[in-house]
Design a protein around this ligand. Structure first.
Ligand code: FRU
Length: 479
């Protein structure tokens, strides 16, 4: 939503109790609240931040402007979880209250250091001419959730980058801390800078070099780069803004992409043997995915179900955006798989064989099988006229097509109303998670993923099998 800059950057303390109460009440009026996905209490949620493990719990923060559905003065909201399914939100924890983050505590990552959680993030600072000075800064969160910000800037804006320099990801590679930061050069090309913690001290960072990941630099900015290690393969997850469509086909305003690499050369520095760039998600909204190598050995990711620069039907209720389910990454036969963590099955509260249904509570999981050489069309969020979200699974041509043109309130129409991907022409499965206004579709247990939103009318709750055959289960989900 377009709101005036003065409003978006109004100091938090200037918002009156009355104004905040009105915003809260307006958020409550929305008919589209998710139940088992994280949504902002108020305002706009964007990137996942600081996904990590600390004091026996998973820590997950998100970017938030709490006063409406717009990108304003950003903070980090803190949540934590034992099972990665049930999250407890403790509130705004990292505020833009310091000269080094005066115009927003922007995205970043976290890692436990000496019994505290180190938060490595971007301080968005603008001077009186509204010129942006991006700073990479730090803070420590203790066990009680108290924040102590580091006095010094950890990484200053280098000479060869424009005002776009942000989203540090700290990671530990063979015992050494590194960080990658998304950047734009003065020729307006996106790239990634690699830093190394001097003597492994996260308060002192040394520039190693621009990371060669076999990119063509057709994007104008790389947001939220993340390097995770899946087995022995480095996987780079990133959000390349303005990427040329000759490099990668995508329909959303910006893609969320990845590359599987063969090795990480910390000296050159390079990700060697990088694959072509690939879409992480084929749906309508998935961005700024953040991943980390968890201490239990899993590689975990979570995505923002939303996109920059898009208006949503929830904007009129003063909120926008949600977090995806937490997904685990695996590589099988050289392919990346993303699938919700096992604990998601704990949401299943009842089970039935899959059939058409005139009514559901739009809060369920379908686990479906489609035979080889078949074409099946399903409609979810269906009303009695047959409108809804259609999913076509064509195992003869090897194609999946998701169409939301007849599902609920329309938006972002300039980016089209269908999304598709190819699959191998053979028997196929789909696990489909529906949560009021969110869908996450996992084909063949995560070989391909479609994440997106629909904003159904009150009567759009049915399931129709329009043609073909799908067998499997319907599970009602309960948070
Ligand atoms: C990506 C992003 C980041 C930035 C943050 C600000 O969505 O633009 O690059 O740090 O959002 O909220």
């Amino acid at each position: 939503m377009n709101l005036p800059q003065e409003l978006r950057y109004r100091p938090y303390e200037d918002w009156t109790k009355e104004e905040i109460k009105n915003i809260r009440e307006n958020v409550e009026r929305s008919p589209w609240h998710a139940t088992y996905h994280i949504e902002p209490k108020t305002g706009l949620l964007n990137d996942p931040n600081g996904f990590s493990y600390y004091k026996g719990k998973f820590q997950l923060f998100y970017q938030n402007w709490p006063f409406g559905a717009a990108h304003g003065l950003k903070s980090w909201v803190h949540t934590e979880s034992k099972d990665l399914v049930h999250f407890k939100e403790t509130g705004i924890i990292l505020k833009p209250d310091n000269p080094h983050d005066s115009h927003g505590a922007y995205s970043g990552s976290a890692y436990e250091i000496n019994d505290k959680l180190f938060l490595f993030y971007t301080g968005n600072v603008r001077d009186k001419n509204w010129i942006r000075h991006p700073l990479q800064i730090g803070a420590f969160m203790d066990k009680k959730g108290h924040i102590t910000k580091c006095k010094n800037v950890l990484i200053d804006q280098p000479e060869d980058v424009s005002e776009h320099f942000r989203d540090p990801q700290i990671f530990n590679y063979k015992g050494q801390f590194y960080a990658i930061v998304g950047a734009q050069n003065h020729a307006k090309q996106g790239f990634i800078k690699l830093y190394k913690a001097l003597n492994n001290d996260v308060l002192h960072w040394q520039f190693v070099g621009d990371l060669d990941f076999g990119g063509k630099a057709s994007e104008y900015m790389i947001e939220c780069p993340n390097l995770v290690f899946v087995g022995d393969k480095p996987v780079l997850l990133y959000s390349p803004q303005g990427l040329s469509k000759s490099e990668l086909h995508y329909d959303n305003i910006y893609p969320n992409a990845y590359k599987i690499c063969q090795s990480f050369d910390t000296h050159t520095p390079a990700l060697k043997g990088a694959s072509d760039i690939l879409n992480l998600d084929f749906g309508f909204e998935c961005y700024a995915t953040q991943g980390f190598n968890a201490p239990d050995g899993r590689v975990l990711t979570v995505s923002w179900i939303g996109l920059p620069d898009i208006d949503y039907p929830t904007d009129r209720y003063d909120y926008q955006g949600a977090m995806s389910l937490v997904k685990e990454l695996q590589i099988k036969n050289g392919k990346l798989y993303q699938y919700p963590v096992e604990a998601v099955t704990s949401l299943r509260s009842s089970q039935e064989d899959f059939t058409s249904k005139s009514e559901t509570n739009n809060c369920y999981e379908l686990e479906l099988q489609f035979k080889a050489n078949s074409k099946t069309k399903l409609t979810l969020f269906a009303d009695d006229k047959g409108n809804g979200l259609t999913i076509l699974v064509d195992t003869s041509q090897g194609k999946i097509l998701v169409d939301r043109s007849k599902a609920g309130e329309q938006y972002a129409l300039e980016f089209g109303t269908t999304r598709s991907c190819t699959i191998e022409a053979k028997a196929t499965s789909a696990n489909i998670f529906i949560d009021k206004s969110i869908f996450e579709i996992f084909i063949n247990k995560g070989e391909k993923v479609f994440t997106g939103r629909v904003f159904p009318q009150m009567n759009q709750t049915g399931i129709i099998i329009n043609s073909g055959e799908a067998t499997g289960k319907y599970y009602e989900l309960k948070y």
